[in-house]
Design a protein around this ligand. Sequence first.
Ligand code: FAD
Ligand code: FO1
Length: 438
Amino acid sequence: MNSDRIEILNDSPVAHGPVVYWMSRDQRAADNWALLRAQEIALETRSPLAVAFCLVPSFLGASPAHFSFMLDGLRETEADLQKKSIPFFLLRGEPETALPAFLAKCGARALVADFDPLRIKRRWKSLVARNVNFRFEEVDAHNIVPCRAASPKLEFAARTIRPKINRLLDGFLTDFPALKKHPFAWNKPAPRNEWPTSPSGGAKPSRPAPGCKAANKALRGFISRRLDSYDADRNNPNIDGQSGLSPYIHFGQLSAQRAALDVRSSGSPGSSPFLEELIVRRELSDNFCFYNDNYDSFDGFHTWAKKTLNEHRADKREYLYSRDDLEAAETHDTLWNAAQRQMAAEGKMHGFMRMYWCKKILEWTSSPEEAMSAAIYLNDKYELDGRDPNGYAGIAWSIGGVHDRAWGERPVFGKIRYMSHNGCKSKFNVNEYIRNHQ
Ligand code: FAD
Ligand code: FO1
């Protein structure tokens, strides 16, 4: 295992005794560097190995549909792990109490967690670390080039992080070793997981099927049917030209590295534009959330952006909508309403429309702060791939020009890039999109 993937949180020496992988972001048995590292420690110390997942009652505004997508995927992962003689424990409650209790009960001697830049995850880890007096490691199983290795600081834009990632990519974009059937039995009490009954009763027709098998099927389908035309189609909201992989990547049911390996070996002309999004743009979002504590607020914007938005704070808003108006898709703009309806109905707004949708929230709310909180609330309540660094970075790009540059000055936006209804008309058939999302 490339040690650049590993951050030591407690440097006690590894010792013989149960090893636990605290699964959170990367919810899969295959292609999971954090699980592979936990098994490496367990094999080295000839110890048993188990996986624990802390199920919290609420997570950043997630809905029952999000929890049921995640839980359906976790049940599949439990079965995948069982085939490798690795027990899966579903723990309930806040991690800072549930996990240390579990670790004490099983006499754990090493803990491995997966990397996540979000504030809530970093708080969980720092609270857990206080109760761990044995080896504790964090492994970046989500990024191809680990976040800390890609850059030691907040990056300004895709053009500044891209060369740093590309320089390191060959060393990290490698195939995965297979997870072994674990030879040392977990002779502690076996798990008795009580799975919540999923309220939604399975996948809805317009929603993706959950789980690693469905994720790999979606990847194969994308590569064989849509990758070639990805560059041409991905910005047209009337065409199903994107990969549709974001919910699987968000919940860790698919490794972005697996997707990158398979896309790269396809030799398709769509590979490089797709890998630019999957690797550079996605890892830029983790960089933003990891190195900018204010990733979800006005304070996280660059000085130039705060200055220009402040200068236009008092500008008259031609339209002013409350969060309820926006949530009800009741604005004067039929295109914006259609995008809001697509997100609410399908749990996934088209990528191009997310930019327009979010910029209009800046234009039609009373302040940039109100815009940030409304956009984050709606994005994290309705997007299946929401509650993700990509979302906080995408919203900060739209409202605060993060990872973007200054543009011509105008009311309300100042020098933040503007997008207009007419601009959309020049790119795709707006009436068709509106008709499709009534
Ligand atoms: P594809 O075009 O097939 O891209 C493949 C993968 O590349 C995606 O799954 C994603 O992991 C990555 N990717 C693509 N575009 C971006 C991007 N702009 N930034 C970072 N990574 C990217 N993405 C989320 O995962 N969750 C969100 O909550 C989210 N909210 C957003 C909000 C706004 C306002 C904006 C402008 C963008 C947001 N994005 C979010 C980024 C992007 O729109 C989605 O990742 C993409 O539309 C997901 O669909 P896909 O997997 O079919 O994309
Ligand atoms: N991670 C957990 O460790 N436990 C949870 O109960 C949990 C719930 C959850 C619900 C919706 C959602 O979008 C994410 C959720 N996550 C949970 C986190 C998720 O695994 C991702 O790590 C982050 O959201 C992305 O950084």
